[in-house]
Design a binder for this molecule. Structure first.
Ligand code: ATP
Ligand code: MG
Length: 349
């Protein structure tokens, strides 16, 4: 029997509610599968920890996390008491960069039983592979005064290594999917970064002759997401483009409360971090009404990454069955509580 040591960081707000619910579901599917089990170790890091200790996680936090197979995270943020840049840079970005989680994978798929603003919604099944460590979200730039004008400069940084890594991962995923990769570009407007992006894409695709490809400008791609989603399978995008596309994906899926995500160290040198798209949702925290599906589906992504895709499929099937039966939290138009949704998913497993 394989045992996986998982570092659990519930974090703040609804993270404290959805993480234990997802862990119950994952323990149940492990028990049913019989070939593996989880060993969960909780770390109370986040904004409460910051208010007590003046830092989001201890100094040796990254060293501690390196001893675990994976990290399962809820959400961090308590905007009324801790400025967002402290919670973000003091924990999330610190872990993503420290563990070299340079790829962010975010599936967007309309599940059975959910309503979408789309016309042909059940064709919506797309995975965005987002470069997670550089690009437009670089820390390079500055502000200058020139004459009586003021200028802000933000540099976008694209390394061949990271660009190629994200693209190769997209092609690998496409092999187990519908064998199509779309590159999100904007080389008609961005004259240095995106022509380079296109060049790397053209080089990488020659190694995957069995995979169909297309190249689409990000503005058109956003429109096609809505108008003809069936044209897409795997999309590879830069940090900013991927961020925007996946929020759009969340909206098309019906609620950000169900959108899953993974920050991957694909070399498996360090643990990866599985963390839903949504934040700590302080407006609904502590009420027992948060949707646990984003966190549970994120757990399914962890199962897949650990090589237990059969158990992962079982979890997603259970989620769809529960939604189709009408058991839904308020964000999806239902009236069920977090506990009711969780219990129904465990029952359905
Ligand atoms: P971040 O800054 O981490 O991106 P945010 O403050 O932008 O987070 P969220 O915390 O995700 O955004 O909340 C955005 C909205 O979505 C809120 O109204 C919140 O209540 C709702 N929401 C987020 N997650 C869930 C969930 N799991 N279930 C129900 N509603 C949710
Ligand atoms: Mg926020």
């Amino acid at each position: 029997m394989d045992t996986y040591k998982i570092a659990v960081i519930p974090g703040d707000g609804i993270g404290k509610e959805v993480v234990p619910a997802a862990i119950e579901v994952l323990d149940e599917v492990a028990k049913l599968d019989g070939s593996f089990q989880f060993q969960w170790t909780y770390f109370p890091w986040g904004c409460d920890y910051y208010l007590e200790h003046g830092e989001m996680m201890p100094d040796n936090g990254l060293e501690v996390l390196k001893q675990y197979d994976q990290i399962f995270l809820g959400a961090v943020g308590m905007p009324e008491l801790v400025p967002d840049h402290i919670s973000l840079w003091g924990l999330l970005i610190k872990i993503r960069r420290g563990m070299k989680q340079s790829i962010n994978v975010r599936p967007a798929k309309l599940l059975q039983g959910l309503e979408s603003p789309l016309k042909n919604p059940h064709d919506f099944d797309i995975t965005v592979v987002r470069e997670n460590s550089e690009g437009e979200y670089s820390d390079s730039g500055g502000r200058i005064h020139s004459g009586n004008d003021e200028i802000a400069i933000q540099n976008a940084i694209f390394t061949r290594k990271s660009t190629e890594r994200a693209m190769r991962y997209a092609f690998e995923l496409a092999q187990d999917s519908r064998k199509h990769v779309t590159s999100a570009t904007k080389s008609n407007g961005l004259t240095y970064s995106m022509p380079f992006w296109d060049e790397v894409f053209n080089a990488v695709k020659t190694d995957y002759p069995e995979i169909d490809t297309s190249v689409t400008h990000i503005d058109a791609l956003a429109a096609f997401f809505v108008m003809k989603p069936q044209a897409f399978d795997i999309i590879v995008a830069s940090n900013l483009f991927g961020d925007i596309l996946t929020d759009l994906g969340g909206a098309i899926m019906g609620s950000i409360g169900i959108a899953p995500a993974a920050n991957l160290n694909i070399e498996r040198e360090y643990p990866s971090m599985f963390e839903p798209v949504h934040g700590s949702a302080p407006d609904i925290a502590g009420k027992g009404i948060a949707n646990p599906i984003g966190q549970i589906w994120t757990g399914k992504m962890m199962l897949d990454f650990l090589g237990h895709s059969e158990a992962g499929t079982r979890v997603l099937n259970a989620i769809e069955k529960v939604l189709a039966s009408g058991v839904k939290t308020r964000d999806l138009g239902g009236s069920s509580s977090l506990e009711e949704v969780k219990a129904a998913i465990i029952q359905s497993l």
